[in-house]
Every structure is written in C-alpha cells, then in structure tokens.
Ligand binder design. Structure first.
Ligand code: NAP
Ligand code: MG
Length: 510
C-alpha cells in the first residue's frame, strides 16, 4: 500500500450506499481500456487509488508503461487508418454515437456521481447534478458538429480554378487530464476530438481513473468502433510521458500545471506534435462600490472556495474598492466560516470536500504559512480540519488580508480555498494590478456601471471575463487562457479547430 494510505475503505455509516455497478467496478481487477475492451497491462504493475475524504484505499489501478501505451496508440492508429470511424461510418451515424454517449452519461449519473465523489472527494450532489449533465451536454453539443464540418470555396485567380477547403481529423490524439473534475475535463477534450473524426488515447490523472474507464465502457455501448476510444491509466511521468513521446501520436490535448505543460512542449519538439494546453490561473476578481454587494460577496466566495479552490479559474486575487473593503471582508469571512464540509459520499448535504492528496494539503498549508510569515493576516481559516474529518485532506476556507501584490500567495496558483483580499481605489490602478500576472485564464468584474464594466472587460487580459457572475461555462462558448494559462481555446467551434486540420484543394478544370 502506498505511503499515506491507511487501510482499505469499507462501507461507511452515514454515507450514500454504493450503487451495485460502483461496487462491481471497485471489485474489478486493474485494467486499461484498449481496442474496445478492458485488458491487463503487460507487466501487471499497479498504483493505489485513495479516497481523499478518508485517506483510505479505494481501488488499485493499472499502471501502463511505454509498451502498454504503444499497444493503445497502435489500436487507435489501426482504427483511424481503417476508416471505421470516418470513411465507413456515415456522419449521421457518428453523430448518433456521440448523442447516445450523452444519453448514457445521463443514464449513469448516479454511477459517475459516485465514482468521481469517491476518487476526488467532490460532493456527490455537485458531480451527479453538475459535472454529469455538463459532460452529457458536451457530447450532445459536439454530436451536432459531426454533420456540420464543412469547408469553404475561394474566389481566386487564375480563372479556371476551383479552390476549396475541407476539414480533416488530425489522426491519433493523446488526451491528458487532471483530477479536479475528472469526468468533465475528459469530456471537454473527448467530445470535440471524436466529433472531428480522430481516434483517441485518454490518460486520466492517476488519482482519478475510475470515471474515464466507465466512460470507455459506455462508448462501446453507444456503438463506437473498437480502437476509437482507448484509456491508459498510470502516473504522468510514466504513462503520460510515454504518450507524449510516442511518434504515433499526432496531437496532445492537455489540462494541468504549467510545469508539466513545459515538459510536454519540450518533448513534443521531437516530432512537432500539435499541442493544446489548458493551464492554471490566478484570476483577478474586481468589486466596485456600485455592485450589488450581496451578490458580489457570494460570487467572490464561490469563485474561491468552489471545489475547495481546486479550479483553474479560481478567483483568488480579490480586489475590493477601498470604500467598501472593510464591510466586504467582514461579510466574506462570515460566509466563509459558515461553510460545511463532508466526505464526497456523505449523505448529508455539505458545501465542500477535501483537497485531492495529503501532498496537496501540505502545499496549500505551506502557502498560507509563507504568506503569514511575510506579514499577511489570516483573517479566517488557515488550518486542516480535525474531528471526524481528520483522516481526510480537508482545509478551512481561508481569507488573507494585509497582503501585498508581490507575495507568492498573490502570484502563484494555490489550488486550495485561499483568497487574498486587497483594496484598490482607481480603475486604471486595478486593471494594471489585475494584468500584472503571468496567467490570463479568467477574470471577474462586479459593477452596475456599464462604462466601468466595458472598460475592465476590454482591458483585462484573460480568456474569459465574468461580469456580475462567476464560473459559468457552456459547451458552445470558447474557453481557454492568455499568457501562461494556455494555448488554444476549448469548447464551441474553436475546439473543432483544435482537433482538425484544414486542407486546401486547387483544382484545375483542364
Ligand atoms: P499535473 O501534474 O499537471 O497533472 C495533470 C495531468 O498531467 C495528470 O494526468 C498527470 O498525470 C499528467 N502528467 C504529469 N506529469 C506528466 C508528464 N511528464 N508527461 C505527461 N503527463 C504528465 O497537475 P497535478 O500534479 O495534478 O497538480 C499540480 C498543480 O497543477 C496544481 O496544484 C495546480 O496548480 C495545477 N493544476 C491545474 C489544473 C487546471 O485545471 N488548469 C488542473 C490540475 C492541476 P498524474 O496525475 O497521473 O501524474
Ligand atoms: Mg502531478
């Protein structure tokens, strides 16, 4: 058993009972999913998967090495070359596969809800009622694109030429996803990649492999030909790196940290693979005195504590106008201290789950300590939770004041429920401070003044700006980062571009 894992998890009183299919999956042997079926890896090497709510062993996952990754990539290549997914399947039938997968995800909402609640600690209700319908919506949305992948014609000289473009799949695509929203992050990539006609090998995060494997089972039920959708489990430096290094992979779609993105970009230089990246953030959230303050406090709170701060968009740099600063901070603290915690599978409704690992918990506590020793005030929170939750990786929502813009806690992604609240006085000043970051994923502005809102929305460098709201995404709306927050945009038509090539054809009449 891996370090830090404290015994095998059994049924827990006061928790939602396991769905029979979840019981079956947790009792199943470690496998990966290649060429339409669950198969064992070549070496039989495994990695323990823990429940972050309890620190106990949940499942033993297969650890795919370079040879296993090679088998998966070859299966995807054979499926791609055979034309089973593109040439021999009518677009309307491919569309139906994606649509059916959307329906099956909804059918299995309870199963997916439990798998991700157990694997990453997100409250069951937020997965089953949030991530699952959003994932299904992704497949349904991109199902519609399959029959709309049109090209263009171009008026050119010389006469007698007919020039047109077509969109073609890239080929075999490797998808590497994080643990913070396991099913949803996989769906953001899988749906457009498959809709565009590619064959994929998905590597979920080592901490959260279960929902990806169940999704692969459902893809077969939905009618995807074998080899179109493969899943390899294992850790990043072994399984992920093998996928990135594989010459048979034409493109990598990645969500995760900047550091791993840098290694992926470097490794992809060998064969100049296409790479798209959805990385971290340090999103500014700006509150003006003319905002609806009740809503702004609630919005600013959830911008930070949602998923216990483990969101790439987390609004962790909170700039509040000095005129309302003291009252705003008091309300924020009152709301933050009233939040409730619980295990992912707790049957009583609660607001927040644990952090993903003990390492991540130690990192977040370290950021808070370092801020405090640099003069910041911990106005609320700052500690690991004790009592019945002491074995999990729970942390109090934490509000920091008296912070300066140069502190690490203001510059680096924390990935925990930690917000730095800073006063400002002037719109130019706050825009400059918001932009003084290597990240540019998202930003928020709270104001009822149209001119203020438009100015901030136009001048703040971020891929998404939320006005008087926070955190909304939809399958049709492009999402991604400026600066070190990424390359490319997921969702909407932009994601079709990420997963297809444009071919121009010059056709002479004579
Ligand atoms: P990470 O290491 O970047 O993990 C993301 C994915 O990349 C996982 O599937 C990981 O596999 C894989 N990976 C790791 N090393 C790899 C390599 N050398 N080659 C190919 N794939 C590799 O992120 P993390 O360790 O989970 O979290 C660390 C920090 O990243 C967080 O504190 C947070 O700041 C940031 N993060 C951002 C997002 C986001 O949504 N933008 C999501 C997660 C994390 P394994 O997990 O199996 O090792
Ligand atoms: Mg990692």
């Amino acid at each position: 058993m891996s370090a830090g894992i404290t015994g095998r998890q059994g049924p827990i009183a006061g928790h939602i009972p396991f769905h029979p299919e979840v019981e079956r999956l947790l009792a199943s042997p470690p496998t990966v999913f290649i060429d339409g079926q669950r198969v064992q890896t070549r070496t039989g090497s495994t990695a323990d998967v823990a429940d972050p709510s309890s620190g106990q062993l949940l499942w033993v996952a297969a650890e795919a090495d370079a040879d296993d990754v090679d088998v998966a990539v070859r299966a995807a290549r054979v499926a791609f070359q055979s034309g089973a997914w593109t040439v021999h399947m009518k677009p309307a039938d491919r569309q139906r596969c994606l649509w059916r997968l959307a329906e099956l995800i909804e059918r299995d909402a309870e199963i997916f809800g439990q798998l991700d609640a157990l694997d990453c600690g997100r409250p069951y209700a937020t997965v089953a009622g949030g991530d699952v319908p959003a994932s299904a919506e992704h497949f349904a949305y991109y199902a519609g694109w399959v029959t709309k992948l049109t090209g263009r014609t171009y008026p050119v000289d010389p006469e007698g030429m007919h020039v047109y473009s077509v969109r073609e799949p890239i080929g075999v695509v490797g998808l590497i996803t994080p643990w913070n929203y396991p099913l949803l992050m996989a769906s953001w990539k899988l749906a457009p990649a498959l809709a565009a006609g590619n064959c994929v090998v998905l590597k979920p995060a080592e901490q959260t492999p279960l929902s990806a494997l169940h999704l692969a089972d459902l893809a077969m039920e939905a009618g995807f030909p074998p080899g179109v959708f493969n899943v390899v489990t294992g850790n990043g430096s072994l399984t992920g790196a093998a996928l990135v290094a594989h010459r048979g992979v034409d493109k990598i779609g990645f969500t995760g940290s900047v550091e791993v993105a840098q290694s992926i970009v470097a490794a992809s230089a060998i064969d100049l693979k296409r790479v798209s990246l959805e990385l971290g953030g340090k999103s500014p959230n700006i509150v003006f005195p003319d905002a609806d303050l009740e809503r702004a406090v609630e919005g600013a709170l959830w911008a930070t504590v949602g998923n216990s701060g483990q969101s790439c968009t987390a609004g962790t740099r909170l700039y509040v106008h000095s005129r309302i600063y003291d009252d705003f901070v008091s309300s924020l603290i009152a709301k933050a201290s009233a939040l409730t915690h619980g295990a992912g599978m707790a049957s009583v409704d609660h607001d927040l789950g644990p952090l993903i690992t003990s390492t991540q918990l130690d990192r977040v506590l370290g950021w808070i300590d370092s801020a405090a020793s640099s003069g910041a005030t911990i106005a609320q929170g700052g500690h690991q939770l004790g009592g019945p939750l002491a074995d999990g990786y729970f942390i109090e929502p934490t509000v920091l004041t008296d912070v300066t813009d140069d502190l690490e806690v203001v510059r680096e992604e924390i990935f925990g429920p930690v917000v730095a609240v800073m006063p400002f006085t002037d719109v130019d000043e706050v825009i400059a401070r918001a932009n003084d970051s290597r990240f540019g994923l998202a930003a928020g502005v709270w104001s009822t003044n149209l001119a203020t809102v438009h100015e901030v929305a136009s001048k703040v460098q971020a891929g998404t700006i939320w006005v008087n709201t926070w955190g909304l995404t939809a399958a049709a709306v492009p999402f991604g980062g400026m600066k070190q927050s990424g390359h490319g945009r997921e969702m909407g038509e932009d994601a079709i571009d990420l997963y297809s090539e444009t071919k121009s054809v010059w056709m002479g009449w004579t």
